[in-house]
Design a protein around this ligand. Sequence first.
Ligand code: HEM
Length: 587
Amino acid sequence: MAADKSSPMEKSWTIFKEYHIDEDVGFALPLPLEELPHPYDAWISIARNLPELINNNQLRVEVEKLAKLSIDGLRGHKAQRLAHLVLGYITMAYVWGRGDEDIRKVLPSNIAVPYCQLSEKLGLPPILLYADCVLANWKKKDPNGNMDILFSFPGGDCGKGFFLVSLLVEIAAASAIKVIPNIFDAVQREDTDTLQKALLDISSSLRKAKKAFSQIHGKYYYVDPNLFFSVLRIYLSGWKGNPLLSEGLLYEGVWDTPKKFAGGSAAQSSIFQCFDVLLGIQHTVGGVPSDFAAEFLQEMRTYMPPAHQSFLLSLKAKPSVREFVLSKGNATLQKTYNECVEAMVSLRNYHLGIVTKYIMIPASRQSKVERSSEEASESESKGTGGTNIMDFLKTMPLLNCRFLTGYREWRLAHLVLSFITMGYVWQDGETQPKEILPRNLALPFVEVSKNLGLPPILVHSDLVLANWATRNPGGMRDYMPPSHRAFVEEICGAPSLRTHVLSSGNGQLLTAYNQCVESLAALRTYHLALVTKYLITAPSKAKARRTSHLPRPPQALEERGTGGSAVVSFLKSVRDKTLEALLHPSG
Ligand code: HEM
């Protein structure tokens, strides 16, 4: 982008429109169209009934009956995006059929011709993209803002969860895109206060994006790992690097030879790449991709809408925010910048955990159960974008331990790395384990393990003690003022006082430490006595005296505190845990 004064990044939303970025939904298409006029409604009708048609073995029959339509009647960007989405769904369903070995290597010309013409017009490849199935495949279900997808693949609600969670991540990150113009404005004016504030907004939005991500395990947008792995993943798979279609797909009437295109993958989202560029997170050296992962990410850009590709380029042409922060030597500003980078690392670590759950574990399970053909085994651990996941993810900046703050993050890192390691070693089943753990996985794993005093392998304390979550992960801490919570978390993250006292071998220090623990335990025992008096004994006396006009609390609530805990067992457990902390010279 030319660096003239009126360059599009300077101003705000009116200018973002040029890059097809929306104030509320970011890179997603705002309020996509749901219908196409006649004769294109024939495409819609097939796409809308896809699962049933596939199930009844009628999909290919119906597709082959379609008339070859000119795309001239598709007026406007939204109608064209809807047509691209619908033709993408039809193509995937036609090629992969029922998701078994009966696949098609030729796309008939009645679909191939309009699909390729439309793709050329939109500057997109002729395959189902993230820009289709996530960014343009949604509608508001009701006025409360609940959303639904427009089209589904077989696999029940799995697709809905996967597409809508991805969309929610996009929407959460939209508020971070919003502040990008302020960032460059502040850099230009050397206004560190405004920059500081804008960076804080970015890290907070990225944390919200991570929260949105976690809905993949939640009630409304739950994605079942087995359905994702064995059904949805098949329909999103492309014909590049895919042994099942090693030559690619022949688009009849368009090209004489088969063409290879990667399948729909969230790697085609502009979100992560946008913040990589903004923050100066490098996947290239001197503009050239530095390894396979960088090359793949660069290639994924060609699967993004051209306006979004231009936006990424425009960011790249701006002055480096990272260099500016470095040049100022301002510790607070550096800390805030680091928080943004850490939020990205944390998003990616979370994503790695999801990949393990949704691909690596089902893949290793399946390869144990059925190993029907060499081809099938090769495609098992492929991402929908066609990467051999571990090859791809292992070349990503996998985990830089200096970003891990606090014991909990180290434990989570051990859990995630051990899952990835197990997936990597056993991915080909027990008969062909991998004997060498790649360096970029081994190094952080060994470092994290050393720091925790654990062996570098999946251990019981990963599987059982660190592999659970509550609906309310922070527990009571979530109800504290944020500054107090931050204070408590900072203490959690600090080096262990207990370990220090133990390793010092100093008897006096040990006694002093134990006195503190005993005092805390005494406080809790006294509290327990108060609770017994006010909550346990009093209600049972009151029961005897209860008059009929007083409402009776539901039985389940009678012995619950206002925080909702089962009082006695909860308090006893807390007190006992306190006592367990007493140090004994032997360890
Ligand atoms: C079941 C859920 C998910 C699975 C199994 C999954 C799997 C994968 C895999 C295998 C890759 C490697 C590329 C490929 O071959 O496709 C990848 C990359 C990527 N995924 Fe996901 N993904 C999931 C959800 C998401 C969501 C909700 C987002 C957020 C929008 C996302 C964002 C990305 C990005 C940005 C990359 C590129 C790598 C990077 O920049 O870190 N993924 N994903």
